[in-house]
Design a binder for this molecule. Structure first.
Ligand code: AMP
Ligand code: MG
Length: 408
């Protein structure tokens, strides 16, 4: 059986080798920055001019020739002011200085800024308490980027800083990758819509909601396909509908029970399978295949299994279809609050909560009733990873945790 790392590597390899149709579109960030947030840039954004565009003061104070203030106590004639947006109209000669404000341009001739706090006025003169060094408190023109430099490279994910850089350069219309459409199809005779009253032995389709949220967080566009009963004809029809999207994610019906028909139906539709079980708990029966040109994931139906397998396997595939590189799972280290032991040699993902109250991150597991217990995940913010090779972890050990993506 594949380890989760090997399963993930397989997904990255297969999706990477079969690029499919990756479309792009243009988003105007001046109209709707939120729409571009999280998208992957499909072109380079270059600097339209130098940044900063002029030698920029980082302090309020006096701008001068450093050579005039090589020693403390220099006395310089004050000849004018340079403030943000309105530069001093002239040059600074030997023995002179100009009052300057943060963000303003350093005038011709000057090469340093002495801080206001270490200067005092004496008639038309300013006396400096400290020596000045060339370049002090000045960011030279072009130091952040030079005209024509790539500021945000194609393939970058657009967060608030990347969007601000593009806006700074006046690039409001950005070519970005389209979000891949991801069909979400749950299966099971016991599943009813979230607005429908469940019978005594029925459950609401919570997976349709968690999966839509997880698809969105991973950069995809969820397409709800509802629920298919455990019946070959209906399953087949709904899977065929789902294959109209860029990717299909199924929940339920992938175990070995009599009514677990997903693999059989996919096979009838000509699917190729790369794995149909992974050495993890929860989530062991996870399936990854390719059907009619589209990646297909069959995730086990128990809600926590669905969540964990999505994060490990589906998220990287969505990232790649979004034009980005697949990110490694964001494992972090935390100190274990109490010993944990698991009996089976699988990689366990246990609902857990990491907190930083005392400085170091400390993780404790959440009491739970197994993979149907959504509340345990909701009470936590991460999963503690107990690897198959070492089934017992001691209190105080540094261990791996996988934060819930939205909780990072
Ligand atoms: P399965 O993987 O089909 O054997 O499903 C395992 C269990 O997961 C079922 O018995 C349900 O309790 C639960 N389950 C399956 N599908 C869903 C769903 N769409 N939403 C919430 N829970 C589900
Ligand atoms: Mg089922």
């Amino acid at each position: 059986m594949l380890s989760f790392e090997a399963a993930r590597a397989k997904i990255v390899e297969i999706v990477g080798a079969r690029p499919g149709a990756r479309q792009t579109e243009i988003i105007d960030i001046s109209e709707n920055p939120a729409r571009a947030l999280g998208r992957v840039l499909a072109e380079d954004v270059a600097a339209d001019r130098n940044y900063p565009p002029f030698d920029r003061s980082t302090r309020d104070g006096y701008t001068l020739r450093a050579a005039d203030a090589a020693q403390a106590g220099a006395r310089l004639r004050l000849i004018g002011e340079s403030r943000a947006g309105v530069a001093f109209d002239g040059a600074v000669a030997a023995g002179e200085c100009v009052h300057i404000l943060t963000g303003a341009a350093v005038p011709q001739g000057a090469d340093a800024v002495a801080m206001q706090e270490y200067a005092r006025a004496d008639g038309d003169f300013i006396v400096l308490e400290r020596a000045a060094a060339p370049g002090q408190n000045v960011v030279p023109a072009g130091a952040e980027s030079r005209s024509g430099d790539v500021m945000v490279a194609s393939g970058a994910r657009l967060g608030y800083a990347e969007l601000a850089l593009a806006a700074q350069a006046g690039r409001t219309k950005l070519r970005v990758h389209r979000r891949p459409t991801v069909a979400i199809l749950s299966t099971g005779d016991e599943v009813v819509g979230v607005n429908d009253p469940p019978g005594p032995f029925q459950i609401r389709n919570s997976n349709s909601i968690s999966l839509a949220a997880q698809v969105t967080l991973a950069g995809g566009e969820p397409v709800a396909q509802g629920n298919a009963r455990d019946e070959i004809g209906e399953l087949r029809a709904r899977i065929e509908q789902g294959l109209a999207s860029d990717m299909l994610v199924l929940s339920g019906g992938v175990s070995v029970g009599t009514y677990d028909l997903v693999e059989q139906v996919l096979r009838d539709l000509g699917a190729e399978f790369f794995f149909d079980s992974v050495a993890i708990r929860p989530g062991k029966p996870a399936v990854f295949g390719w059907c009619r040109g589209k990646p297909v994931f069959g995730l086990p139906g128990n809600p926590v299994s669905t969540m964990v397998t999505f994060e490990l396997f589906v998220a990287p595939a969505i990232e790649m279809l979004s034009g980005a590189k697949a990110r490694r799972p964001a494992f972090c280290k935390a100190k274990l609050a109490h010993a944990v032991s698991e009996k089976t040699p699988l990689a366990h993902f246990l609902p857990a909560r990491v907190s930083w109250a005392g400085g170091d991150p400390v993780v404790e597991t959440i009491a739970w009733q197994g993979s149907g217990d959504i509340g345990a995940v909701a009470r936590g913010n991460c999963f503690l990873v107990v690897r198959g090779e070492r089934q017992r972890l001691e209190a105080g050990e540094w261990v791996d945790v996988l934060p819930r993506r939205e909780m990072l």
